[in-house]
Design a protein around this ligand. Structure first.
Ligand code: ADP
Ligand code: MG
Length: 255
């Protein structure tokens, strides 16, 4: 069930990743192949501990596959892909830096000049609705606001691809609803560089609500079990009977 384009935008080919744990070599990912098209919103769902975060790290080039390949725009990826921004479940903010400083981190690391940093940070803080909170520290922010900082920081480097690792799972239900909508709006916003999103989630409803395709992953060592296109019109309606059909199908593949 793995679709293969002729000119893949992002492609994983027969990826394997092993970890050495207590002196034993254990595979986390084995035989995983996946294509992501430009402009697509893909969700990855799978059992806890199956290797989803590891897979995102491999995609971004933070860790290398033990064997297999990652191709981006037809080029073999060897290091960190500068065209990707990552949003984390636990926000990953520096508590001793304020909102402005946390957002600017990626640009500072890239040696961008101060004027450009100022312009971009202001623009993305505004985009995620945090204007007025530039000087606030993470401890002063709600979970939703922290994740907005995480989003602005990822967007600030103007990546083509946004990777999100369970981005809403530390948020309350209402904040989650709002932030899902906002991420979908940013994805379609012509002022944004991000065209393609790969999101890990364990909430099947979230995957169906947001993505063009749901990729179901197997237990560890993980690989693609099935890819399920979601052709429902947007904005999506949870009450659509097709929604339940898709949901049941994904549940049955995971359990
Ligand atoms: P998921 O995100 O799907 O919950 P992870 O990708 O975090 O899963 O982890 C997959 C498996 O690989 C887990 O069993 C985890 O213990 C193991 N693992 C992940 N990172 C490391 C590491 N750096 N060293 C050893 N084992 C790891
Ligand atoms: Mg994880």
């Amino acid at each position: 069930m793995v679709s293969m384009d002729k000119n893949p935008f992002l492609r994983l080919v027969d990826v394997e990743r092993v970890f050495s744990e207590q002196g034993r070599i254990n595979p986390a990912i084995r035989g995983l192949s996946l294509d992501v098209s430009e402009g697509e919103f893909v969700s990855l769902v799978g059992p806890s501990g199956c290797g989803k975060s590891t897979l995102l790290r491999i995609l971004q080039g933070l860790i290398a596959p033990t064997s297999g390949k990652v191709l981006y725009r037809d080029t073999l990826q060897t290091g960190v892909n500068p065209d990707m921004g990552m949003v984390f479940q636990g926000f990953a903010l520096y508590p001793w830096l304020n909102v402005w400083e946390n957002v600017s981190l990626g640009l500072v690391a890239r040696g961008v000049d101060t004027r450009t940093i100022r312009k971009k940070v202001a623009f993305y803080i505004d985009k995620v609705g945090l204007e007025g909170y530039e000087e606030a520290y993470p401890r002063e922010l709600s979970g939703g606001m922290k994740q907005r900082v995480g989003l602005a920081r990822a967007l600030c480097i103007e990546p083509a691809i946004l990777l999100m690792d369970e981005p809403f799972s530390n948020l309350d239900a209402l904040t989650t609803l709002t932030l899902r909508d906002e991420v979908l709006m940013l994805w379609k916003d012509p002022e944004m560089s991000v065209r393609t999103i790969v999101m890990v989630t364990h909430i099947i409803e979230e995957a169906i609500l947001m993505s063009d395709r749901v990729v179901v992953l197997a237990r560890r060592p993980t690989h693609v079990v099935e890819e399920i296109p979601v052709d429902l019109p947007r904005p999506r309606d949870r009450r659509d009977p097709e929604f339940d059909r898709l949901s049941d199908r994904i549940f049955s593949l995971i359990s």
